[in-house]
Design a protein around this ligand. Structure first.
Ligand code: NAD
Length: 326
């Protein structure tokens, strides 16, 4: 059993090798992302293992099938980068639907607290022995209204954390559930009433740019938007305009719509040409992390175990566990 592993980072290897060895799966780690240019590397392998910024577009799928690929194993939950329509069930696509919803929810809260209590500024200030508190006034989260868009696994963990902070919780989901202390409302009410809005829904045609000029215009002037889900849920130029014009309190972004060529790589000695991202990063009330919300030891271990088990069950028994369908 041979697996072509794309977009490898050093932190992927220990956990994947541990579980793959147990199941007799041989992994070839490629640093490059899967794309039309690199798909031929998968020739001779049983299947591919890909992450959030690998491209599994129609041409890539055709190349993989031509070269005898038997499955696509996503080592993440989201599958918006796979053209499922074009694939039309010709290959199974496995994902890891739950590996540690806590990791992402806790990161969302970490970003929110950092922003609200100016921790990112304080850290730099005190390292320079500047103990002034000028401009450091934050606000209590207690009694504030938080709007959670998408109350699935991560959304619910985030709700539990917010409940602990004594926040009023509103939620919007296409498929509402019964959750204690949570009031479901429509999207407009979330935009209008919330001090904090946290996105935890998938990227679909429905949710693409759900935070755009029009949505932002309805929000409170001091509202903070958190996105740990997928970058394209937010129209970033519209967000930047609102931040520049002081029409929004702030943004906490772990994902960015044009992150593909940037996130996970070191550009500290380069000139980054994405002006929208560069300007957002320059703002005192915008916090950007590079799609790291998932990155905990527990999550990495669970991701590797589930991915390897998905592949093993398919190759040995033809079982399609965690098969993603349109
Ligand atoms: P989930 O499937 O458990 O929950 C998603 C929720 O969104 C569901 O309740 C669903 O009904 C709801 N939903 C679907 N369409 C909607 C719509 N149009 N409007 C409102 N709600 C809608 O998924 P999850 O595990 O909670 O993950 C949520 C998202 O987080 C994933 O789609 C993924 O993109 C993202 N994610 C990011 C990271 C990271 O490191 N930043 C890690 C894991 C997942």
């Amino acid at each position: 059993m041979k697996l072509a592993f794309f977009d490898t980072k050093n932190y992927d290897k220990p956990s994947f090798l541990k579980y793959a060895d147990k199941r007799g799966i041989e992994i070839k780690f490629f640093e490059t992302k899967l794309s039309e240019d690199t798909a031929s590397l998968a020739r001779g392998f049983d299947g591919v293992c890909v992450f959030v910024n690998d491209t599994v577009s129609a041409p890539v799928i055709d190349l993989l099938i031509e070269d005898g690929c038997k499955f696509i194993a996503l080592r993440c939950a989201g599958y918006n980068n796979v053209d499922l329509k074009h694939l039309a069930g010709r290959l199974p696509v496995f994902n890891v639907p739950a590996y540690s919803p806590h990791s992402v929810a806790e990161h969302a809260m970490a970003m929110l607290l950092t922003s609200v209590r100016r921790i990112h500024k304080a850290y730099i200030r005190t390292r320079d022995f500047n103990f002034s508190l000028k401009g450091m006034t934050g606000f209590d989260l207690h009694s504030k209204t938080v709007g959670v868009v998408g109350t699935g696994k991560i959304g619910r963990c985030f709700i539990d954390i917010c409940r602990g902070f004594g926040m009023r919780i509103l939620a919007f989901d296409k498929y509402p559930a019964e959750i204690p202390d949570v009031t479901y409302v429509d999207r407009e009410t979330i935009f209008r009433e919330c001090d904090i809005i946290s996105l935890h829904c998938p990227l679909t045609d429905d949710t693409y740019h759900m935070i755009d000029e029009e949505a932002i215009a309805k929000m409170k002037k001091n509202a903070i938007v958190i996105n740990t889900s997928r970058g394209a849920l937010i129209d970033s130029p519209a967000l930047l305009s609102a931040i520049k014009e002081r029409r929004l309190g702030g943004a906490c972004l772990d994902v960015y719509e044009d992150e593909n060529e940037l996130f996970f790589e070191d550009f500290s000695n380069h000139i980054v040409s994405d002006d929208t991202l560069a300007r957002l990063i320059s703002m005192p009330n915008v916090i950007v992390t590079s799609h790291q919300a998932f990155l905990t030891e527990e999550a990495l271990d669970n991701i590797a175990e589930t991915t390897v088990e998905n592949i093993y069950a398919f190759l040995t028994e033809g079982k399609k566990n965690n098969n993603v369908t349109p």
